[in-house]
Design a protein around this ligand. Structure first.
Ligand code: AMP
Ligand code: TRP
Length: 331
């Protein structure tokens, strides 16, 4: 059976961008693939983070996974930090990726640019190495992610070539990034030239926002001049972003959505339809989240997930150790 793997790092409050670009799609693989979905909590340490926030947010994301339809019977849900093989493979792989290629990663450039240049953590620089370990431990065939993570998965593909060639065997499976056709890059509601991102709260819709606030944010989203509603991301980035949100949540194409809104000549009317759609989806999602967060399901799911994931990950780790020449005792 083919395998799918993805994860989210618990660094900030999850947004509608995370939901549409990633979370919502994770369940698509659980029937036909062996599905591994984890929380990249070690990755969350690559930038300073308040411990209590990290802990609570981690729990929240498990509840979000379940609320978004992941079934723990079908999907292995686990914490990266619960499976020590991630860190162990990381310390092997770190020798096979190059500083040049890591320094060209867009995410590293974006994040490090804003920082004091003397205090850029090594973990931030080496972020993609750990991400390669995450993917390769499970020999994932597909990695569903939003647009911004494609580059990291491509780096992982380069590493697979390099590693398999060097040891002259098909040790690692070649992973393919799967980017949603619609909604791979949801933009900020206050500045549609920027990505909606957890670390940039202006213009975000948070998954835990009160429904009235969600409606307000959509009704006051920055739009463009004119009053016609059609998809044109260059000249009408604000409207196009809202159309993208609508299309993703309705499982429609942009052409279908263009057709649907062609007779609307008032942004207000259009925004109300978008707000209704978002609330129709996020309202029940929030209800499910509330029931889960107040139950004892989370620890149970994580315990079971850690066991299942460790079993698979340790097998790969052991193969890698043998391949590179580390001595592995017979059991
Ligand atoms: P991150 O917030 O970087 O941990 O991202 C978690 C997942 O959500 C990744 O697969 C991202 O590609 C995806 N994602 C984050 N922001 C957006 C966005 N604005 N639009 C679409 N997908 C996103
Ligand atoms: N880097 C991803 C993000 O920021 C999270 C992540 C870590 C991930 N390891 C992964 C995603 C492996 C897919 C596969 O969203």
């Amino acid at each position: 059976m083919k395998r799918s793997l993805s994860g989210i790092k618990p660094t900030g409050n999850l947004t509608l961008g995370n939901y549409i670009g990633a979370l919502r799609n994770f369940k698509n693989y659980q029937d036909e693939y062996e599905n591994f979905i984890f929380i990249a909590d070690l990755h969350a340490l690559t930038l300073p983070i308040e411990p209590s926030f990290l802990r609570n947010n981690t729990k929240d994301i498990v509840a979000f996974y379940l609320a978004a339809g992941l079934d723990p019977e079908k999907t292995t849900i686990f914490l990266q930090s619960d499976v020590s093989a991630h860190s162990e493979l990381n310390s092997i792989l770190i020798n096979y990726l190059y500083m040049g290629e890591l320094s060209r990663m867009t995410q590293f450039k974006d994040k490090s640019q804003k920082m004091n240049q003397n205090a850029i953590g090594l973990g931030l620089f080496a972020y993609p190495v750990l991400m390669c370990a995450d993917i390769l431990l499970y020999n994932a065939d597909v990695v569903p992610v939003g647009e911004d993570q494609k580059q990291h998965v491509e780096l992982c593909r380069d590493l697979v070539h390099r590693f398999n060639n060097r040891y002259n065997k098909e040790l690692f499976t070649m992973p393919t990034p799967v980017i949603p056709k619609i909604g791979a890059r949801i933009m900020s509601l206050s500045d549609p030239s920027k990505k909606m991102s957890k670390s940039d709260p202006k213009g975000d819709i948070f998954l835990k926002d009160d429904l009235n606030i969600i409606r307000k944010k959509i009704m006051s989203a920055v739009t463009d001049t004119g009053s016609d509603v059609y998809y044109d991301p260059i000249n009408k980035p604000g409207i196009s972003n809202l159309m993208m949100i609508y299309a993703a949540l309705s499982d429609k194409t942009i052409e279908e959505v263009n057709e649907q809104f062609k007779d609307i000549h008032q942004y207000g009317t259009f925004k109300k339809i978008v707000a209704d759609k978002v609330i129709e989806e996020i309202g029940p999602f929030q209800e499910r989240y509330k029931a889960i967060i107040n139950s004892d399901l989370i620890d149970k799911v994580l315990e079971e997930g850690a066991k299942k994931a460790s079993y698979v990950a340790n097998k790969t780790l052991s193969k890698v150790k043998k391949t590179v020449g580390l001595y592995v005792r017979k059991k």
